[in-house]
Ligand binder design. Sequence first.
Ligand SMILES: *[C@@H]1O[C@H](CO)[C@@H](O)[C@H](O)[C@H]1NC(C)=O
Length: 251
Amino acid sequence: MSRIVLPLVLCLAMAVQADFPNDPKPCKYGDTECFVKFCNRLITEKATEGDDSLNLVQLDPLAVDRMVLKQGDDRSPVRIDLTFTNNKLFGNKDLRFKKIRGFGKEIATKHEMIMTSKVYSLVGEYSIKGQVLVLPISGSGHSNMTLIGTDLKVSFIGKPVEKNGEIYMEATDLQYYLKPKSQHYHFSNLFNGDKILGDTMNTFLNENGAAIFSETKETIEKAFAALYQPLITRVFSKYPYAKYFAAEESS
Ligand SMILES: *[C@@H]1O[C@H](CO)[C@@H](O)[C@H](O)[C@H]1NC(C)=O
């Protein structure tokens, strides 16, 4: 099981821990302003350490055991088979929730989180083979893929599932959107360590960063979506859906 974890998932998970301190308090159904504050406070306070009593893993950096970006046919401008292993994602501590929609009583609807991140860096081992614009690329070594000033949106459709007479939520059709202002790539040891070719390629990648990103965006988004969807389902499988929210006043 991958250890990458979406911050909001943890926020919501923490809200229902039996011994979760009542500060900050969990939110009422659909109280999206409350969710935004709640999640921002937790990310600010807990991202770099995690918290055992809340069963919270360290969020910054986050472990990404393996991510595969494979895309393009012979005619695609960017045709790559890129695998990241033992990577860490840096930057979650500066993630800020801007807007949250959904998470009301109705499970079978769209739930959405809009966030911004200052600097997101995926750093670790890579292995790449393929062609980028007109140039062949190959190599394996250490890489740093950084997105700066990113707008993020995650949405999914909730699916109510009954277990032992209680209703739980599963996440389906998760969509992940990324819109960075700029991006930086660094791949060490390209072309078996040929320094001139490697430096040339890294310069080329960065000079064409926007074009390369837009060609690979969907593949990257799908890779992140595939990581997050089971995690959201897993978190919401811990308790019946209703337990994630503060009790209604009028009951
Ligand atoms: C990754 O690259 C970015 C942008 O160049 C840099 O700010 C950051 O410090 C690098 N991260 C690591 C862990 O090397």
